[in-house]
Design a binder for this molecule. Structure first.
Ligand code: 4AD
Ligand code: MG
Length: 430
């Protein structure tokens, strides 16, 4: 039976067999140092010429970078080793001697690495990122499940848009036109009227022509939707959820955060409650901070969000955006209908908007007015109007962009490394 590197601590002084790959090798002529990885971790194997059979020494000498092998040896605790352990190798069984590996120790450009994304994933850095991504997903689901939310899966192929028509991904659905979903929200609202508190977790698609460090064409979203929940209560759930996620990552991914050199003192501050400022206050802040020609009614761009975030050491909610620049379904503030009951959550350190959410319009007449204002064809949105006609209730929801959240928590400068195979403006391969 194979032991895994993650579990070697339980086998100190024992002989174990690992299945893995050679990550790197150094040799002094009398000793070979094999840097091994097995998907669960990294460990150094030490092979002493005078202590193994000649054919074992020779086999080890044949190993090229990324060759696959079984290796047998004794686990030794070594506090100088990065993993805390080393393996005194007795035996090596080659599975395959790898061809010359394209990714070497030298610096490679991003395009080259992206072309070799299928191999790039094997590095400690990429492994750490994907491990943290999985932990974030796990923690979010744990939080929502514990709060009694039900997971519901909305469709990926849809007949209409949720977030405006400018970045819809078009496809044919036999003889009809269809679009890849931009957001499951409209369907989640239907589900909330059936199951009360629900969430979805799945891929969403935006044919964004923007080539920025925050945009992907295909990204994953968590979308909770809650019946009988109004704007302010939705913000409380968001801040609790995100604090929980960050604290879980700090607790369970210490090693991975270290691999990424993440400044964890910044993450430790991420505890609810988060500050809230209105759009109006955010505009004033921007004016004070030198963005003097920013006009009320414009949407914030990345530099604006970064400037606003700099004033806080926690994520900050910007609430009450102008109705004009937000989606058709957001509920206008009853005291001031030119703004909506919504909030974008802006991450610290320049990572921008990671959550967009709002209270939804619950009045059918107002919803019909919004259809007209947004030129939405009634046929396609009849079912969504039905939700307001048959027992309408106040309800709210939000969407958390997984990749932006991963980029922020990991401290990465681009979302392209947050997802195993990113889909970007100029990239569909591999
Ligand atoms: O703000 P958005 O567009 O909101 C919605 O789609 C709502 N229907 C969600 C809801 O209320 N259920 O997107 C939500 C989040 C953003 O805050 C951002 O984190 C992420 O999704 N996002 C993207 N992430 C990567 N690449 C893109 N092109 C993204 N567009 C949005
Ligand atoms: Mg948004």
């Amino acid at each position: 039976m194979l032991t895994t590197i993650k579990d070697v601590a339980a086998h100190v002084g024992q002989e174990v067999k690992l299945g893995g790959w050679l990550y790197n090798k150094r040799s002094s002529g009398k000793i070979q140092f094999l840097q091994l990885r097995d998907g669960t971790g990294f460990i150094q194997g030490v092979l002493v010429k005078s202590q193994v059979a000649p054919e074992v020494w020779e086999d080890a000498s044949k190993l090229t970078q990324e060759s696959s092998l079984y290796v047998t040896g004794t686990v030794r605790q070594d506090d100088r080793a990065p993993s805390g352990f080393e393996l005194d190798v007795k035996h090596v069984e080659i599975i395959q001697v790898a061809e010359e590996y394209p990714i070497t120790k030298k610096e490679h450009g991003v395009d080259f690495l992206m072309d070799h994304r299928h191999l790039w994933l094997r590095t400690p850095r990429q492994r750490a990122i994907l491990t943290i991504r999985a932990e974030i997903i796990r923690a979010i689901q744990e939080f929502l499940d514990q709060k009694g939310f039900t997971l519901v899966d909305p469709p990926v192929l849809t007949p209409s848009s949720c977030e405006g028509t400018t970045n819809l991904f078009h496809t044919k659905y036999f003889d009809e036109d269809a679009f890849l979903t931009q957001s499951g929200q409209l369907y989640m609202e239907a589900a909330a009227m059936a199951l009360r508190n629900v969430y979805s977790f799945g891929p969403t698609f935006r044919a964004e022509k923007s080539k920025t460090r925050r945009h992907l064409i295909e990204f994953w979203m968590i979308e909770p939707e809650m019946a009988f929940v109004e704007h302010e209560q939705s913000l409380e759930i968001q801040e609790q959820m995100l604090s929980y996620v960050v604290q879980q990552v700090l607790k369970n991914c210490e090693r991975e955060l270290k691999t990424l050199d993440r400044d964890i003192s910044k993450l430790e501050k991420v505890q609810a409650p988060f500050p809230r400022i209105t759009y109006d206050e955010a505009v004033e802040l921007l004016h004070r901070e030198g963005f003097t020609d920013f006009k009320w009614g414009e949407d914030f761009g990345a530099p604006h969000e970064t400037k606003i975030a700099e004033s806080f050491d926690k994520p900050v909610f910007i609430t009450h955006y102008p109705t004009e620049i937000k989606a058709f379904y957001m509920k206008p503030d009853p005291n001031r209908p030119e703004v909506v009951l919504c909030a974008d959550l802006i991450a610290p350190e320049g990572y921008g908007e990671i959550i967009g959410g709002s209270q939804r319009i619950d009045d059918p007449a107002l919803m019909e007015e919004r259809y007209a204002a947004h030129n939405l064809p009634l046929e396609a949105y009849q079912w969504y109007l039905d939700l307001r006609k048959y027992g309408s209730v106040p309800h709210s929801g939000f969407g958390l962009g997984l990749e932006r959240t991963v980029a922020w928590i990991c401290g990465l400068d681009h979302v392209r490394e947050t997802i195993p195979f990113p889909r970007m403006l100029n990239r569909l391969y591999p």
